[in-house]
Each structure stands twice: as C-alpha cells, then as structure tokens.
Design a protein around this ligand. Sequence first.
Ligand SMILES: CC(C)(COP(=O)(O)OP(=O)(O)OC[C@H]1O[C@@H](n2cnc3c(N)ncnc32)[C@H](O)[C@@H]1OP(=O)(O)O)[C@@H](O)C(=O)NCCC(=O)NCCS
Length: 171
Amino acid sequence: MSDEREAPEVAIRRVDGREEIEACARLMAGSEPWITLGRTYEEAILMFGDPARGVYVADLDGAVVGFLILRLEGAFSGYLQSVAVAEECRGRGIGSRLVRFAEERILRQTPNVFLCVSSFNDRALALYRRLGYEVIGELRDFVVSGHSEILLRKTIGPMRGFRPPSDRRKE
Ligand SMILES: CC(C)(COP(=O)(O)OP(=O)(O)OC[C@H]1O[C@@H](n2cnc3c(N)ncnc32)[C@H](O)[C@@H]1OP(=O)(O)O)[C@@H](O)C(=O)NCCC(=O)NCCS
C-alpha cells in the first residue's frame, strides 16, 4: 500500500483553461471505470467545463497527472463525484492526497462526504474503506445495466450542531 507522506510533491489547484480540461477528459475517457460506464471524451469535456462543478487538478511539475470533481450543492451536498490519477503515477499516494483535499474542502461546510464507486472497481473501494468510508447503499443498474454504483459516506458528525472546523479552532 502506498504512503501518502511519500507522495510526489503535487500541487492541487483549480483546472485552468481548455488544454487542461482536454487532458482531464482524455484521462477520464481512457480509463476504467469510465470505459465500462461508457463515458465518452465529448461527455467528459462537457463535465470538466461545467461551472457548477468544482474541478481541481493534481499538478506535478506543470503536468496534469490527476483530477477531482466536487459537487458542493444539491441533495447530497459534499459529493466527491470523480477522482483519477494518470496510470503511470498511480500507487504513489497522489489519489489519497486528492481525496484528502476534497474532504478538507467539503468538511468546511458540511459534516458528510459522499461518493460512489462502481461495483467492479474493487481496488478503489479498498482505498476508500482504508480512508474511512462506509458503504451506505447500492444503486443497482444506475449508470449501466449489470453494474451497481456503491454509495459511500465519511462523516464527522450529525448535521444538527455542525460547525466548520475553522470556527472550532477559534475557541
Ligand atoms: C483510484 C485512484 C484515484 C487512486 O489513486 P492512486 O494515486 O493510485 O492512489 P494511492 O497511491 O493513494 O493509493 C493506492 C491505492 O489505490 C487503489 N488503486 C491503485 N490502482 C488502482 C487502479 N488502477 N484502479 C483503482 N484503484 C486503484 C488501491 O487501493 C491502491 O492500493 P493497493 O496498491 O494497496 O492496492 C487511481 O488508482 C485511479 O485513477 N484509478 C482509476 C480511476 C478510478 O478508479 N477512480 C475512482 C473512481 S470512484
């Protein structure tokens, strides 16, 4: 198992411009689980360019080696929609770092982080479990027939009484 402390020095920042959106879309459309889920490059371009989503990239020496899509609004606010790392950079702690970045961002405004993982994506599910996520449901035949999306949640407490960590530090 990789150790996040030994991860290469990546900067996690907002996606910047068309070229980076295209790099993210290539990574998504060329990788599992999205190949099995039928996500096309064109659909990915629309997704990465959608201002309603928070798109962040992992930048390693100026190259985009990973991405993260966040949804902070909606029914399940605090939804980590997608995360990926370029194949040649996997297993070095970058993915864990992206997830931690998303958690820090989400937990500033809500005590829950939600995400879905495809039922065939065993290694990603193992990673999320190690990072403290709990399975809370199964959405059968949700994106494609024959596969489920597994809904996961990580929480720091109930919504009633939630205060952002920054408020708590002031006491
Ligand atoms: C899942 C993913 C983002 C993790 O990024 P990473 O930088 O490899 O993660 P880390 O180095 O922090 O942790 C490694 C762990 O990630 C998981 N992982 C590694 N390669 C993976 C792969 N190809 N697919 C899915 N999970 C993988 C494993 O649990 C691995 O631990 P292990 O080596 O003990 O099996 C990355 O592997 C990836 O982009 N996979 C393809 C896209 C994907 O599955 N995204 C998640 C969709 S919900």
